[in-house]
Design a protein around this ligand. Structure first.
Ligand code: HEM
Length: 115
């Protein structure tokens, strides 16, 4: 490749940069889940600039636990409750950074039981 690193150099993937690359993503901060679908509405090929579980020898070992868990959890939460912001507010997606992970700011969400 283009870069020469001394043996033993720790290398980490900057996942935030990868997932915010304006050359790879349109309107990157907008919530557009359809961006992952193909013309037939089916799950499209994995975008190149998308590695939420990393890659290579240190790839996440929990990907196949986490994905079905999240699928079930979100399905249950969406089935039982409606989720919205207080009147006139939009979610603030600007992250609070830290060395390891980024979190959303605390904000009020209105959660109502569907039944
Ligand atoms: C949405 C949930 C999760 C995400 C987005 C995620 C993401 C990641 C990422 C990006 C890494 C690589 C970190 C690095 O750069 O070194 C990683 C590593 C790892 N993850 Fe996850 N993870 C998730 C859930 C889980 C779960 C549920 C487990 C265990 C059941 C798990 C086990 C691991 C382990 C053991 C590693 C270290 C692999 C290694 O360094 O050899 N993860 N994860």
């Amino acid at each position: 490749g283009e870069y020469k690193l001394p043996k033993g150099t720790p290398v980490v993937i900057n996942h935030w940069a990868l997932h915010h690359d304006p050359e790879a993503w349109n309107d990157v901060d907008a919530f557009i889940p359809e961006r992952f679908l193909d013309e037939d509405g089916k799950l499209g090929p994995k975008p190149k600039s998308y590695l939420p579980f990393s890659a290579g020898t240190r790839v996440c070992l929990g990907e196949f636990v986490a994905k079905p868990e999240l699928h079930l959890l979100f399905a249950c939460l969406m089935q039982r409750y409606t989720w919205s912001m207080e009147d006139g507010k939009t979610p603030d997606l600007a992250p609070i950074g830290s060395i390891f992970a980024m979190n959303p700011k605390e904000q009020d969400v209105v959660i109502k039981r569907r039944f």
